[in-house]
Ligand binder design. Structure first.
Ligand code: PA5
Length: 448
């Protein structure tokens, strides 16, 4: 059985293997806390057993709803932000052929994302685009009260109702939200929308394997069962019963924390395949929101190589030595393309003739690894055998389990996000939202 593998050999010039090994006892203890729900944030651990709990009936219900939307729509707008957005986008971008959007014919509806920004141009261009299209909406919000998706939904719902009438609009709208609370739940119940529930004990950034992620992914035509199967396999491979030195999630957590303790405060997640860009965005949320608190935590950034080697590459090689990198490597690409011999050889590339493009990419990856390690940037490698739904499922669960252990190693609660409320309070005060009168007065007097 092929699986994701972890290679820590590129960090040992900075932290010895013994430093990683020194986390063994604590790692075992933190794993146990996660599995017995006895650590910080223990009411948000529903993601741990989730891969084993998703039933055949759960998948079928999602697939049926997706199939209905597929038949009614050519475009489906998935509305959500943060954890209610990034997982679906990461999978859809990773599995969609790069130029699919430019094709005239599509085998499944195109999934478009909205509600993750408040750009007036973005929303108004989306409204213009959808004017004459057959479209539907998936509105995703756990709290059901988040402003960005609520604005997008109000605008797009009005457009859809104007276009097809209220009755057909109802058939083309699905809400994914809390079972009982929030404005979206009230609205969905009142309008009679089909709904899927986000479990209480699963936070946004851990929700990709709930209908939050699975519904848009199924609508886009991808195999959610393979994604879940991959997560299930990984769950066994990083279980509490797997010894520390064979457990990739525990080792990744220990490596990150060892590096953090010697001043490596920034982790960049790099890839050599453009389709992985949004995996990096999803990872940034998972790690940034889980660990950045109590004035602690590794700062997460993501880079797309080799493009960013020609920009941030300079900083990574010779800037301040407070970073380490984690590279997601794909062992075997899905296609095969060779560089041809050219008689004139004006570009001087004949020395590469006959080689696969991936061989060049792999040598870029290796060259970067050696250069960065030489330059004082420790390198962690995560290798996926292929880029498909099954291995993305493995990758998701690996990162989720590792961040739980890693957050406990940092001695923070990895499952809350109190810091994201601060901007909302100010925004509501500035917009004079009812109930925020005191805050409005306070912020306005500060800004005078
Ligand atoms: O991880 C989180 O909890 C947040 O980033 C949320 O996902 C994000 O704020 C969206 O929240 P909601 O789903 O309640 O609209």
């Amino acid at each position: 059985m092929k699986t994701l593998t972890l290679d820590l050999s590129g960090i040992y010039a900075t932290v010895p293997a013994e430093a990683v090994e020194a986390w063994r006892e604590k790692s075992d203890q933190y794993q146990h806390q996660l599995h017995t729900a006895t650590g910080l944030g223990n009411d948000f651990l529903g993601w741990i057993n989730l891969p084993n709990e998703i039933s055949d009936a759960d998948c079928s219900a999602i697939e049926e709803a997706a199939c209905d939307l597929q038949q009614r729509c050519d475009y489906v707008v998935s509305i959500g932000i943060g954890g209610s957005y990034l997982g679906a986008r990461a999978v859809i971008e990773a599995l969609t052929p790069s130029f699919e959007a430019y094709r005239r014919e599509h085998s499944a509806p195109q999934v478009i994302f909205a509600g993750h920004n408040i750009g007036e141009d973005y929303l108004s261009e989306l409204v213009d685009f959808l004017q004459d299209k057959r479209f539907g909406l998936i509105n995703i919000s756990k709290s059901g009260t988040t402003t960005e998706p609520a604005i997008a939904f109000r605008i797009l719902k009005a457009l859809l109702e104007k276009q097809v009438g209220r009755e057909e609009a109802r058939e083309r709208i699905i809400a994914v939200t809390d079972k009982a609370r929030g404005a979206l739940r009230t609205l969905a119940d009142k309008e009679g929308y089909k709904t899927f529930i986000i479990p209480d004990d699963i936070g946004g950034r851990f929700s990709v394997l709930t209908p939050v992620g699975l519904l848009p992914i199924a609508v886009a035509g991808f195999d959610i069962r393979e994604l879940v199967r991959g997560a299930r396999e990984m769950k066994a491979l990083v279980d509490e019963s797997v010894p520390f030195d064979q457990n990739p999630a525990a080792l990744y957590a220990a490596a990150r924390n060892s590096l953090y303790h010697v001043g490596k405060k920034i982790e960049i997640l790099g890839n050599f395949h453009p389709r992985l860009h949004y995996i990096g965005e999803w990872w940034k949320q998972l790690y940034g929101e889980s660990e950045g608190k109590d004035h602690k935590g590794i700062f997460n950034a993501a880079v797309d190589f080799s493009a960013d080697l020609h920009s941030m590459g300079q900083w990574i090689q010779e800037g301040e030595r407070n970073i380490f990198e984690t590279i997601i490597s794909i062992a075997e690409p899905n296609s095969e393309l060779r560089i041809e011999q050219d008689e004139a050889n004006l570009d001087g590339l004949n020395y590469l003739a006959g080689k696969r493009v991936d061989e060049v990419n792999k040598m870029a990856e290796l060259g970067v690894r050696v250069a960065h390690i030489d330059g004082g940037v420790p390198n962690i490698r995560i290798v996926l055998p292929r880029l498909d739904a099954y291995y993305i499922g493995q990758l998701f669960y690996f990162f989720e389990k590792a961040v739980g252990i890693s957050g406990y190693m940092l001695e923070v609660n990895p499952f809350n996000q109190p810091g994201v409320e601060a901007y909302k309070k100010n925004m509501f005060a500035l917009l004079e939202k009812p109930g925020f009168e005191e805050e409005t007065r306070a912020i306005k007097s500060r800004l005078q």
